[in-house]
Ligand binder design. Structure first.
Ligand SMILES: Cc1ncc(COP(=O)(O)O)c(C=O)c1O
Length: 401
């Protein structure tokens, strides 16, 4: 019987309970919708046992159970794989879930991971606190000084993890050199590319995996939580299986929303980078600002590397040093339009205070080593008119001074 025939499920004289309980397929249309729909079904229907066998074996197209895969995640993953120049990609419930999937797929008891001390605070907690409980060894290194990586590599080092642009000082590691060092030691480089989608392709620079928090610039509207991993097909099969077993998968509606976000990512990225550059230059001239950290500025310590590695701009994030916690707090309170909302990548400009949010709970020595002081304010630049943003920032700075 035709599976899309509604009478198959609810015969004409069915009881109300039966009619209400059973879903009916959507009417057929010879004209397919222009926009693919969010496919919210948790589970898929099969003709019989040969059919389910064929889908599991990959001999027939299709999905079985949403935690293992669904059309919206597949559509999003395909686009991100194409953007990253990767053979394959997969979608996870958050950026942290995406990172966890790679680490859990690659590391086992007795293995070692070298991590940049500049990583997002929760990523450091995952590596340096949680994975240690399972017998996985970890050592931090300074991503901007490759010699510090050399000093921590071991026989059992399987992974090296860095970010393209570090948070919040926007340091730019030499990805090709770090990849070469990692590969020479038999390890794979994992790059968290959350701050820099489109600005470079880490896989082409030697990385084995690229990870994104899709919650940020890819989603672009602060209304979804997702993560992505892209890499070689064979390795990604394992990362994908692990995501299903640990239940880390992303859901259909947020995958659908993220595809919508992707449509405008190049436009948003170009505009945010241009405004960020303009504001960084202006803020650098303010007497109330102790320092501006932005890789597009010639006095940024990694400016030359940023110019050679990044294309299309230097990113949407600008970090200001206002000197101390009191001045940072006064600045936040005097801003009229820019909210203190500790995330990034929204269409509207937001700000964060790394010492109390993204780096909360990290070792004070580690924060001091990397210059993460209570006076730092991290701005995530959005799509507003630069003059309006500048006016709000300048009146708040005037109040602080
Ligand atoms: C650089 C970076 N990586 C990963 C994450 C984690 O992403 P999510 O919040 O989607 O889990 C964040 C979150 O702020 C981040 O800033």
């Amino acid at each position: 019987m035709d599976p899309s025939d509604p009478s198959r499920l609810s015969p004409p004289r069915a009881a109300p309970e039966t009619i209400c309980a059973r879903s009916t397929p959507l009417p057929r249309s010879s004209s397919p919708p222009l926009v693919p729909a969010p496919q919210l079904s948790v589970v898929y229907r099969f003709e019989g046992l040969d059919h389910v066998d064929a889908v599991y074996a990959g001999q027939a197209d299709g999905f079985v159970y949403a935690r293992d895969g669904h059309p919206n995640a597949a559509a999003l993953a395909d686009r991100v794989a194409a953007l990253e120049g990767a053979e394959s990609a997969a979608v996870y419930a958050s950026g942290m879930a995406a990172t966890a999937a790679v680490l859990l797929a690659e590391l086992g008891s007795g293995d070692h991971i070298a991590f940049a001390e500049q990583l997002y605070g929760k990523t450091i907690s995952l590596i340096d606190r949680e994975l240690r409980r399972f017998g996985i060894e970890a050592s931090g290194f300074d991503a901007t000084r490759p010699e510090t990586l050399a000093s921590v590599l071991r026989d059992r080092t399987r992974l090296v993890m860095v970010e393209t642009l570090s948070n919040p000082l926007l340091r730019v590691p030499d990805l090709p050199s770090l990849a070469e060092m990692a590969n020479r030691a038999g390890a794979k480089l994992v790059v968290d590319h959350t701050f820099a989608p489109l600005l470079c392709r880490p896989l082409e620079l030697g990385a084995s995996y690229v990870v994104h928090s899709g919650t940020k610039l890819i989603g672009g509207h602060s209304d979804l939580t997702l993560g992505l991993v892209a890499g070689p097909a064979e390795a990604m099969d394992r990362v994908r299986r692990l995501g299903s077993t640990f239940g880390l998968s992303g859901n259909p509606f947020e995958s659908w929303l993220a595809c919508r976000g992707l449509a405008t990512l190049p436009l948003r990225s170009a505009r945010c980078c241009a405004t960020a550059m303009e504001l960084a230059e202006r803020l650098g001239r303010s007497p109330a600002v102790r320092a501006v950290h932005y890789p597009g500025l010639p006095d940024h310590p990694d400016h030359d590397r940023a110019r050679s590695l990044l294309q299309g701009g230097f990113g949407a994030i600008v970090t200001l040093d206002l000197g101390d916690r009191g001045r940072a707090d006064a600045f936040i309170r005097h801003l009229g339009q820019i909210p203190f909302a500790p995330s990034l990548g929204d269409v509207a400009t937001t700000l964060s205070h790394p010492a109390t949010t993204s780096h909360r709970g990290q070792e004070p020595e580690l924060l001091a080593r990397h210059g993460i002081t209570p006076g730092l304010i991290r701005l995530s630049i959005g799509l507003e008119d630069p003059a309006d943003l500048s006016a709000d920032l300048e009146q708040a700075l005037a109040a602080v001074s």
